[in-house]
Design a binder for this molecule. Structure first.
Ligand SMILES: *[C@@H]1O[C@H](CO)[C@@H](O)[C@H](O)[C@H]1NC(C)=O
Ligand SMILES: *[C@@H]1O[C@H](CO)[C@@H](O)[C@H](O)[C@H]1NC(C)=O
Ligand SMILES: *[C@@H]1O[C@H](CO)[C@@H](O)[C@H](O)[C@H]1NC(C)=O
Ligand SMILES: *[C@@H]1O[C@H](CO)[C@@H](O)[C@H](O)[C@H]1NC(C)=O
Ligand SMILES: *[C@@H]1O[C@H](CO)[C@@H](O)[C@H](O)[C@H]1NC(C)=O
Ligand SMILES: *[C@@H]1O[C@H](CO)[C@@H](O)[C@H](O)[C@H]1NC(C)=O
Ligand SMILES: *[C@@H]1O[C@H](CO)[C@@H](O)[C@H](O)[C@H]1NC(C)=O
Ligand SMILES: *[C@@H]1O[C@H](CO)[C@@H](O)[C@H](O)[C@H]1NC(C)=O
Ligand SMILES: *[C@@H]1O[C@H](CO)[C@@H](O)[C@H](O)[C@H]1NC(C)=O
Ligand SMILES: *[C@@H]1O[C@H](CO)[C@@H](O)[C@H](O)[C@H]1NC(C)=O
Ligand SMILES: *[C@@H]1O[C@H](CO)[C@@H](O)[C@H](O)[C@H]1NC(C)=O
Length: 527
């Protein structure tokens, strides 16, 4: 493996670091406009292992120069730490900035490890720590909500600063700026990538932004909605009962795309009616449960998404085909103990309502009523509409020659994929339609896949590689290779077509191989 030889060469080179323009010691002259650099440290790291996130294979035997830059924006009470890892040998000439998740602006070593193993210089930022772990960081808030400078770091500034730092450190270490710079992130990381394309079109040549947490002002209420529904209807179904609805919806809608593969590909064509399950008996948690009308109502409301008390839709809900708990406990998370089930909110939605909207750490989100929802939504849009990373004007990014791939799991259990579709439609309206936008941004909706992976469908295998090929070779991807292991244990290759095209089964080949599908504008029978 490359990694072992990389390590052996690294050991050989430790005593003779002259292959780089300088040793891993001094990066003293980095200037970041608008910021004051407080501290730069660099440490040579040898034979390091990194964890994987989401859980997967770990990286080991990594040797790199580890540079940490701490800065502040004077007067804004923030401290932002950016870490850059520079491979000692085998640099591929590229820079990769990596993104965060939830309230974290960066994931750190779990994203840096895989990137440098492929030869990238890689960077991660803590974005001023608006969050710590899965929750918010109380120190980033005052009685008016988030400290504005730290919010700015989280929303847009820390990624821009990271791009400047990453490129400068690269030039300083290798004596040569990166040939190409890339963004790679999912969830918050997907939002950060789109935000960079909107606000700093020259920072990255290529952007891979998955399951983006854009439209935050609207999506936050959609994220909290299932919890509000279960509390107000005083009905919290167990995850097993949720799965009964999932199974029934798959049974009904799997075939809409011409192939029975256990996936709902045509989500909009799936007219699933949860009430048809009322009275059905399912085996759950060791007992027989009869599906009640109340439970069907909860399921219906969750799929519908947040509404005003007069029934007008505020934002789309999760899609039919969502597995509510998957990889991560989702927006419709419940916990069943001794036969009693309670609803558990997704922390990002819950803490956002508490700290960003209510500015009250003792606010009880359990007390939110249906009548409160429209006001909460309006208040959030008023306060954070400008922080939603959904500016459709990608024209400067296009003019700069940037290329972008976005994919979103249709079975995302945290962020309604329809929000990504709405953003795409706004961009197309502004920039001249589907083909014009496809010149620089291609979008892929992935059936059966949850938030950043997981689910039960084909997960894109290396979407960043597709961005790199597009940027460096001009090969614009029409399909994104994706793979999963189906319920029978078979490996299925099923390429994902670029929006608005779909991948249609040819009706005769092996449905487990990608070549049995063609690109089409509908799932209907081939003409
Ligand atoms: C640091 O960079 C600034 C601006 O690029 C330059 O004027 C200055 O000479 C540099 N200082 C050192 C010590 O290299
Ligand atoms: C810079 O960071 C290092 C490592 O955390 C620390 O030991 C050092 O005191 C810091 N220096 C300054 C000037 O803050
Ligand atoms: C590298 O680290 C691994 C695991 O920590 C260890 O087993 C191995 O002996 C180390 N290799 C060297 C050359 O130090
Ligand atoms: C920064 O912190 C100081 C001291 O805690 C406080 O007086 C000031 O209002 C803060 N500024 C901002 C922008 O939060
Ligand atoms: C980067 O550019 C240099 C020339 O400046 C070239 O030698 C090298 O192969 C390029 N690397 C990549 C990955 O394109
Ligand atoms: C749903 O289908 C899965 C996979 O076939 C099965 O394991 C599970 O028991 C089903 N759940 C219910 C509630 O029927
Ligand atoms: C999805 O199904 C609906 C209803 O059958 C159909 O009208 C629509 O064309 C389908 N969508 C695609 C992309 O085939
Ligand atoms: C569940 O039931 C068991 C046995 O009756 C009991 O020991 C346990 O405390 C109960 N757990 C909860 C959370 O109520
Ligand atoms: C904060 O929320 C708690 C619980 O809902 C409430 O009792 C309290 O009055 C609120 N505080 C403020 C300042 O609104
Ligand atoms: C949002 O941006 C617009 C246009 O720049 C500005 O007029 C408005 O005050 C901003 N709203 C907030 C809440 O910052
Ligand atoms: C670009 O195309 C060449 C020739 O087909 C290929 O060898 C190379 O791997 C491609 N580079 C990328 C980044 O896809």
């Amino acid at each position: 493996m490359v990694k072992l030889s990389q390590f052996i060469s690294a050991v050989a080179l430790l005593s003779t670091p002259a292959f780089a323009s300088q040793a891993c010691t001094s990066f003293y002259n980095i200037t970041v406009p608008g910021a004051e650099v407080l501290n730069i440290t660099s440490v040579l790291q040898s034979n390091v292992s990194t964890p994987a996130f989401p859980p997967g294979p770990t990286e080991s035997g990594l040797s790199f120069c580890d540079v940490t830059v701490v800065l502040t924006h004077p007067g804004e009470n923030d401290t932002v730490t950016t870490e850059v890892w520079l491979p000692i040998v085998g640099w591929n000439g590229r820079f990769q900035a990596t993104g965060g998740g939830g309230f974290l602006s960066g994931i750190g070593s779990a994203e840096l490890g895989p990137a440098i193993a492929e030869g990238y210089v890689a960077a991660s930022t803590d974005g001023g720590n608006i969050g710590l772990g899965i929750g918010i960081n109380p120190a980033a808030f005052n009685s008016d909500g988030p400290i504005p400078g730290i919010l700015a770091d989280y929303i847009y500034r820390s990624v821009h600063d990271m791009a400047i730092i990453g490129k400068a450190v690269t030039k300083s270490y290798y004596g040569k700026a990166p040939n190409y710079s890339y963004w790679n992130g999912c969830s918050t990381g997907g939002r950060q990538g789109l935000q960079a394309a909107q606000a700093y079109p020259d920072d990255f040549d290529g952007i891979m932004a998955a399951c983006p947490a854009i439209n935050l002002a609207e999506a936050i209420i959609a994220i909290e909605w299932p919890y509000i529904v279960m509390n107000n209807d005083k009905t919290a179904p167990s995850q097993c009962v949720f799965n009964a609805f999932l199974n029934a919806s798959i049974a009904q809608c799997d075939g809409l795309d011409g192939v029975k593969d256990g996936l709902i590909s045509n989500v909009t064509g799936c007219d699933f009616d949860p009430y048809e399950l009322v009275g059905t008996q399912v085996q759950c948690d060791g007992t027989t449960v009869t599906i009640s009308e109340a439970v069907a109502t909860v399921y219906r409301k969750i799929l519908d998404g947040p509404k005003t008390s007069s029934g007008d839709s505020l934002w789309p809900g999760l899609n039919v085909g969502v597995r509510t708990d998957d990889l991560y406990p989702g927006d419709a998370h419940t916990v069943t103990t001794n036969g009693t089930t309670i609803a558990v909110p997704f922390p990002v939605g819950d803490e956002w309502v508490t700290y960003f909207i209510k500015h009250n750490s003792s606010f009880d989100t359990h007390s939110i009523t249906y009548a409160d929802v429209a006001d909460l939504f309006a208040e959030n849009v008023k306060s954070y509409g400008n922080d939603s990373s959904n500016d459709p004007n990608l024209s400067p990014f296009q003019k700069a020659g940037g290329k972008m791939i976005v994919w979103h799991g249709l079975a995302d259990n945290l962020i309604p994929p329809t929000g990504t579709l709405r953003y795409r439609q706004k961009v197309e309206e502004l920039l001249g339609g589907t083909d014009a936008v496809n010149d620089f941004w291609r979008l892929f909706f992935v059936p059966g896949v949850s938030h950043c992976g997981g689910g039960y469908g084909p997960v894109p295998t290396d979407p960043l590689a597709a961005v790199v090929a597009w940027v460096e070779n001009g090969t614009a991807p029409n399909t994104l290779p994706a793979q999963y292991v189906d319920t029978s244990g078979a490996t299925v290759n099923h390429d994902i077509c670029k929006y608005p095209l779909v991948s249609r089964y040819d009706g005769k080949g092996d449905p487990k191989v990608a070549s049995s599908y063609t690109r089409a504008d509908s799932f209907g029978p081939a003409s």
